[in-house]
Design a protein around this ligand. Structure first.
Ligand code: KIV
Ligand code: ZN
Length: 510
């Protein structure tokens, strides 16, 4: 049985989702989970894009034991050299170089003729091959490229030494049957041993359908992201593709190296770390994906689950409404549960975590898996904590001007702590808190987005808040998350987490 190569680009294309930027510790945490679930290739970033990207790719490259680690590079020498620097310590390094081939990109973006594009491809791939044995070439905007020129471009790359040729539907323009034809034509033009890869965007909601049709037409590598995050409407979603191949093995007849029971934990992790919630009715990982509402469906499921379920929640590592821990639970049970949820407990301060858990467990009878994960992310969401909430008091009501008093612990560059307290009034209790925090930190970012949701169902659920902030002159959004049984506290935690990230970024850029 042929194996489908799963190439995950959550950390590169996924991170290009507006507001999804992650720090190094978060990227590493995701990479570890991707490797543990059996992803074949991890695209860890775009090393030339920033110092942070470079460091993250290098760190992931050094740590991965089994997966190939790939970095992206434009088809120019300086990008490729930087990319190689970042991936060279990987057990299996890969350079992924690309150039656009479509008429619109040639004319308006690159201002290059077809001949110049072909020359760049040859030069770039040959240079990449002089550094690395495993080179992938992508023809950006392939689906809007004249088919004859596309074939010429990818043949040039293969002759120059690229062993994987990627056909991206960069702008999500293709329809499944059309994309399938493109893949068969490209396959005809390439040597049998060349791996054909596909990389689909979801602008018209076709990313998974296009990827699967391409697989049926000869593609043996699929590029995707967890939860389908990515530029604009996102990329093909890993869980949709993997579960389609798995559920419909009668049609695809392909082997997969993926442990599907890791899908749900990875999906939750990515959603929390990126601050992008998964839509409730999202295929496979959405909250409602295994819920049956209509009486007729419930009746069917009670007789035999297969009447309305084509896959089980357990097959993606999800136990519906799995109740776990409470205030009598000990450290051992908590640690074990965290490990089962895919959390690397070595990386968290268990004493601090246990105290936070107890506070929550004292307020509610049961602490569910999602709440446990929210607490983990709340604790490790920031690598370096410049500011931490020490005390918070808010007065609010229909006839009172909302007022907040906030005390923050401030840690300076030398690791010395001091506490500072301020009070402020605001349009509402959250606004008052944020104003008091601004007074202490001396930072006045713009609040771009504020979202609040209950982590689980039930009136006593913990609240989870995600905020996005940005500096006045910047387009770069930074998110922060906070979770608590008290939504004002969750809001303040989320804001402080975002401020910590912003401060870290400012220090890096200084
Ligand atoms: O969408 C795209 O074309 C890409 C390439 C760089 C592979 O992300
Ligand atoms: Zn892309």
């Amino acid at each position: 049985m042929k194996k489908l190569i799963v190439f995950d680009t959550t950390l590169r294309d996924g991170e290009q989702s507006p507001g999804a930027s992650m720090n190094m510790a978060e990227k590493l945490q995701i990479a570890r989970q991707l490797e543990a679930m059996g992803v074949d290739v991890i695209e860890a970033g775009f090393p030339i894009a920033s110092e942070g990207d470079f460091e993250a790719v290098s760190m992931i490259a050094s740590e991965m034991k089994r997966a190939s680690v790939c970095g992206l590079a434009r088809a120019v020498e300086k990008d490729i050299a930087r990319c190689w620097e970042a991936v060279k310590n990987a057990k299996k390094p890969r350079i992924h170089t690309f150039i656009a081939t479509s008429p619109i990109h040639r004319k308006s973006k690159l201002k290059m003729s077809k001949e110049q594009i072909l020359a760049s491809i040859e030069k770039a791939v040959k240079y990449a091959r002089s550094l690395c044995d495993d080179v992938e070439f992508s023809a950006e905007d392939a689906t809007r490229t004249e088919i004859e020129f596309l074939k010429e471009a990818v043949s040039t790359a293969a002759r120059a030494g690229a062993s994987t040729i990627n056909i991206p539907d960069t702008v999500g323009y293709a329809m499944p049957a059309e994309f399938g034809r493109i893949i068969s034509e490209v396959k005809e033009a390439l040597p049998d041993e060349t791996v054909i890869s596909v990389h689909c965007h979801n602008d018209l909601g076709m990313a998974s359908a296009n990827s699967l049709t391409a697989i049926q037409n000869g593609a043996s590598q699929v590029e995707c992201t967890v939860n389908g995050i990515g530029e604009r409407a996102g990329n093909a979603s890993m869980e949709e593709i993997v579960m389609s191949i798995y559920t419909r093995r009668d049609i695809f007849g392909l082997k997969l190296g993926i442990d599907t029971t890791k899908i749900y934990p990875v999906s939750s992790l990515v959603s929390r770390l990126c601050g992008i919630s998964v839509q409730k009715n999202k295929a496979v990982v959405g909250e409602n994906a295994f819920r049956h509402e209509a009486g007729i469906h419930q009746h069917g499921v009670l007789q035999d689950k297969l009447t309305y379920e084509i896959m089980t929640p357990e097959s993606i590592g999800r136990k519906v409404e799995s109740l776990v821990l409470g205030k009598h639970s000990g450290r051992h049970a908590i640690k074990e549960r965290l490990t089962a949820l895919g959390v690397d407990t070595e990386k968290i301060d268990m004493d601090d975590f246990f105290n936070r858990f107890k506070k929550v467990a004292d307020k509610k009878k049961q602490v569910f898996d999602d709440e446990l994960l929210a607490l983990v992310e709340d604790q490790i969401g920031t690598v370096k904590k410049f500011f931490e909430i020490d005390y918070l008091n808010v007065v609010s009501g229909t006839k009172t001007l909302p007022t907040a008093t906030v005390k923050l612990k401030i840690t300076d560059e030398k690791g010395k702590d001091k506490v500072s307290q301020e009070a402020a009034c605001g349009d509402g209790p959250v606004d008052a808190c944020y104003k008091a925090i601004n007074k202490i930190t001396g930072m006045t970012p713009i609040l771009v987005d504020y979202q609040i949701k209950a982590v689980t169902s039930g009136g006593d659920s913990m609240g989870e808040v995600t905020v996005s902030i940005k500096e006045k002159e910047s387009r770069h959004e930074i998110h922060g998350r906070g979770a608590s049984t008290d939504i004002i506290e969750a809001s303040a935690r989320a804001y402080v987490a975002a401020i910590n990230r912003l401060k870290l970024l400012q220090e890096r850029n200084r």
